[in-house]
Each structure stands twice: as structure tokens, then as C-alpha cells.
Ligand binder design. Structure first.
Ligand SMILES: C[S@@+](CC[C@H](N)C(=O)[O-])C[C@H]1O[C@@H](n2cnc3c(N)ncnc32)[C@H](O)[C@@H]1O
Length: 320
């Protein structure tokens, strides 16, 4: 093996390989959000078993690289539309079926009339959800058709907990992130008794060792407002125009402020658009970011450069 990956870098590649190249006992906190197994572009071709195996491998590779007493914070959601061929057909008699009259043609016309607008803006013009626009464009208009496989909810927390335990990590805390209270007023309720998707989880694992507890890391107000609170409320990124599933900056920022000290190394092995790296920079921590998609690596590097510029170039970057 060559040299270890240097802090303050964003690396292109597969975390299942690259995590092996991070110095042992060096990462104070790893913060990431993996693919959720919900059909995003970057999940194409990944089966449920592939997804489980990816998470298991990545979590187990954290054990050697985390500092003793350090943390792994995983942001993830339950799978609300988990396809299960064994489920009997849900028999639903819809008394209030309102058909969504947004057609593919209408979406295409609107895009042609407003070149340069992203999916979110197109959805606003049409008065529908981003998901509807997406579904029309990708041609999968039919949902729950007569012969379609039924879906159910799949809880993910227990799976992740077990993967952590198998790796030698212990669940230290769990929080709920409430994303979009604005959805309460939304007209995009589904035609069923199911709730809208408005929260995710943050699972915080601990690697045995000495953890410095420094209550001065947060102000009194911060402890009251969120440091000691199990439920965090802040909006998600509404216009995911350049990356499909960005963190809001507030998410990694809170975790970093809570669980690390200045200069500590923060890792995100699914770095996407670079939000965790930016949060680390803003909080005076070092970062390592990894993504399997070259375009996201470039996006993250750019985001770090912009952040450094806005901080008056206080730190020297080693971007390679
Ligand atoms: C949920 S997104 C993370 C978004 C990120 N938190 C942000 O704020 O932009 C998951 C990311 O993991 C990347 N990814 C998927 N499989 C990977 C792998 N095996 N190794 C590294 N990155 C991977 C995807 O390209 C995607 O950018």
C-alpha cells in the first residue's frame, strides 16, 4: 500500500477500496448519507443485496480508521416503497381519486418554453411535485398498476445498528431530522392513508476509547435549541438541481460542532456535492471526501474552493 490519503482532499473512487487507504485511528468523525435504495440516478443497477453489502462493507471499514472514542454519524431514511413480491395486493377502493393531469407532453412543452429552468422550477410552474416531473420524463407514469409488485415500508435502523455492532461500533445516539414542515400545506398528498415523507434519521455510532466531552463546544442557546434535542428541524435542500440528494449544510455542521474539536479530521465517504467538506472547512476542521462519480468529485472540489475563497483563503488546500 502507498501513502495514506491526506486530509483536506476529495478523492475519486469507491469507498469500499479507498477507506482502506486512510490512516488508522485518524478520523474523529465520519458523517455521511449513503444511497438510500430509493431509485436515484446514482443507484441505477444496484439491487437490494448490493446495497446491503455496500453499507456493511463501508461500516466495517470504519472500525480501523476512526479514532478511539470517535464517531460515525449515518443519515438515512426508511424505505417507504420497498418492493416485496410476496405481499398480497393492497386492495384499495379510492373514493376520492383525483387524477394528476400533468402529462409528459405538458412537461416537455413547459421545459421547451422555459429553457434553463431546473426540475424544481418546472414543477412549480406546473403546480405539481418534482417527483411527478421526474416520473413523466423518465416515462414511468404508471404507479401501482394492476400487476405491479406491491410495496411496503422497510425499516432501515435495525439493519444499520446490526452492521455497526458487527463492526465493533456501538449506537451512541439517534436523532430525527424533520425536513419539510412546509409539506403540511402541500397538495401532493398521496391517495392513501400514508403520511408524506418528512423525516430522516441520524444514527451516531461510537468507537470504544476515550471521548472528550467538552460542553463549551456549543453555546448555552445551542445546547437548548438543538445540542440536547433528539428532534432537529430544518429544511432540506429544495432545489436539488446539481446533485439529487444534497445535505442541507446545517446537518453536517451540527454533527461536526457536536462531535469534533477544531483541526479534527472529518470524513464523508459518500461526499456527493461536498456539503460535509464545506461544513468542516467552515468549522475549522480538516476533511476527507470520497465519491464514486467523477462529476461529484469535481463539484465538491469547487464547493471547497468557493468556501475557502469566501473565508479569505485562510487555509491551504491540497486538491488533487
Ligand atoms: C445520498 S448521496 C450523498 C449526498 C451528499 N451528502 C451531499 O450533500 O451532496 C450519495 C453519494 O454516494 C455516492 N456513492 C455511491 N456509491 C459509492 C461508493 N461505492 N463509493 C463512493 N461513493 C459512492 C454517489 O455518487 C452519491 O453522490
Amino acid at each position: 500500500m502507498g501513502e495514506y490519503i491526506k486530509p483536506n482532499s476529495i478523492i475519486h473512487g469507491d469507498s469500499r477500496e479507498l477507506l482502506r487507504q486512510i490512516a488508522p485511528d485518524s478520523v474523529a468523525c465520519s458523517v455521511w448519507s449513503p444511497p438510500y435504495h430509493v431509485g436515484k440516478e446514482y443507484e441505477a443497477g444496484m439491487s437490494y443485496e448490493d446495497w446491503l453489502s455496500l453499507l456493511k462493507t463501508v461500516i466495517s471499514l470504519h472500525m480501523p480508521i476512526l479514532k478511539p472514542g470517535g464517531f460515525l454519524a449515518v443519515n438515512i431514511a426508511d424505505i417507504l416503497c420497498f418492493k416485496d413480491p410476496d405481499i398480497p395486493r393492497i386492495m384499495a377502493e379510492n373514493k376520492n381519486r383525483k387524477r394528476n393531469d400533468i402529462t409528459r407532453e405538458l412537461v416537455l412543452e413547459t421545459i421547451a418554453a422555459h429553457p434553463g429552468l431546473n426540475r424544481y422550477q418546472i414543477a412549480q410552474i406546473l403546480g405539481c411535485s418534482e417527483q411527478t416531473v421526474d416520473r413523466r420524463l423518465k416515462g414511468n407514469n404508471i404507479r401501482g398498476g394492476k400487476y405491479a409488485t406491491q410495496t411496503r415500508v422497510k425499516l432501515v435502523g435495525g439493519l444499520i445498528e446490526q452492521m455497526g455492532l458487527d463492526a465493533g461500533l456501538y449506537l451512541y445516539d439517534r436523532r430525527i431530522w424533520v425536513k419539510d414542515a412546509a409539506w403540511e400545506n402541500s397538495r401532493w398528498h398521496s391517495n392513501s392513508y400514508r403520511s408524506v415523507d418528512e423525516f430522516e434519521y441520524i444514527y451516531m455510532f461510537w468507537k470504544p476509547g476515550i471521548t472528550v466531552v467538552d460542553r463549551d463546544r456549543l453555546t448555552k442557546e445551542e445546547w437548548v435549541n438543538w445540542g440536547s434535542r433528539a428532534v432537529w428541524s430544518f429544511p432540506s435542500v429544495r432545489a436539488n438541481d446539481d446533485h439529487e440528494a444534497k445535505f442541507p449544510l446545517e446537518l453536517p455542521r451540527r454533527i461536526i460542532r457536536l462531535l469534533t474539536a477544531p483541526e479534527d479530521v472529518v470524513l464523508d465517504c459518500f461526499v456527493g456535492s461536498g456539503t460535509t467538506a464545506v461544513a468542516a472547512l467552515l468549522e475549522g476542521r480538516q476533511y476527507i471526501g470520497i465519491d464514486i462519480e467523477e462529476k461529484y468529485v469535481e463539484m465538491s472540489k469547487k464547493a471547497c474552493r468557493r468556501t475557502l475563497e469566501s473565508m479569505n483563503g485562510e487555509q491551504q488546500l491540497q486538491l488533487f
